[in-house]
Design a protein around this ligand. Structure first.
Ligand code: SF4
Length: 241
């Protein structure tokens, strides 16, 4: 949904038309690091160390390439590739101590029917339930933290997860935590019921805008700095007309 807010034309290419896109190396590196942080919690607490995480790199990368053979040609310097992923994993250990807690859920699927025609779902990287019952929702990012003033926008996705969790469990999460491995920063927020109510309002408003765009087949491009990374720039009316 935030993709529609960023650029309706891009949303159409990706979600409505489902045009294929080649894999992006940044996204694939993110997948690799996410897989390792997921699997790390299979180990006993004493074995959740930087070294044991780094040792998972070759096997998890092999599995990723087996699922997407085109990656083999995209990564030409495997040492450099592993070095970068290793650096992100080492940064993780400067921000959290995975020996000190249990990850209650990883890749937790949350879903809800907000109305007859609005269904929303998503996968939370990690959701921890403390012995006291308090809930923490955690999302790993392999990029850098947003600049000051942009944290609220970045937190929107976690507020949606908090809303989905609240709707299905009737428990208000205590803490939302975005962990940025690109620059070793953490953005935290304590959601309130008012925050969740306004998140739901935004979701319903965006859903209604999307339905209106579908009805009118109206997908205005919204040029921004995002265009420099947009795979569809060569066919986008904002850049071709
Ligand atoms: S190039 Fe820019 S304006 Fe065009 S679809 Fe991509 S993000 Fe939107």
């Amino acid at each position: 949904m935030s993709e529609f807010e960023n650029c309706p034309q891009l949303y159409k290419y990706r979600v409505i038309d489902q045009l294929p896109q080649p894999p992006s190396l940044d996204a694939e590196r993110g997948t690799l690091v996410h897989t390792i942080l997921h699997d790390l919690f299979e180990n006993a607490p004493s074995d959740r160390t930087p070294q044991s995480a780094i040792e998972l790199l070759p096997s998890r990368w092999q599995a990723q390439m087996a699922a997407k053979p085109e990656l083999m040609e995209m990564v030409t310097n495997e040492k450099e590739w592993f070095d970068r992923a290793e650096s992100l994993l080492r940064t993780y250990f400067t921000l959290e101590d995975p020996q000190s807690f249990e990850a209650t859920h990883r890749e937790l699927h949350l879903e809800n029917d907000f109305s007859d025609d609005i269904y929303l779902h998503g996968y939370v990287d990690r959701l921890d339930v403390a012995p006291t019952g308090e809930v923490r929702i955690v999302d790993y990012k392999t990029g850098k933290a947003p600049k000051p003033g942009w944290e609220e926008k970045a937190l929107f996705q976690l507020r949606v997860y908090a809303l989905l969790y609240f709707k299905t469990h009737n428990v208000l999460p205590r803490l939302l935590q975005l962990i940025y491995l690109g620059d070793g920063k953490v953005v935290k927020s304590t959601p309130t019921l008012t925050d969740l109510a306004s998140t739901e309002k935004v979701l319903k408003r965006v859903a209604s805008d999307i339905f209106a765009s579908i009805d009118k087949d109206y997908w205005p491009p919204k040029p921004s700095r995002l265009c420099d990374w947009c795979y569809f720039k060569t066919i986008c009316p904002a850049h071709t007309s």
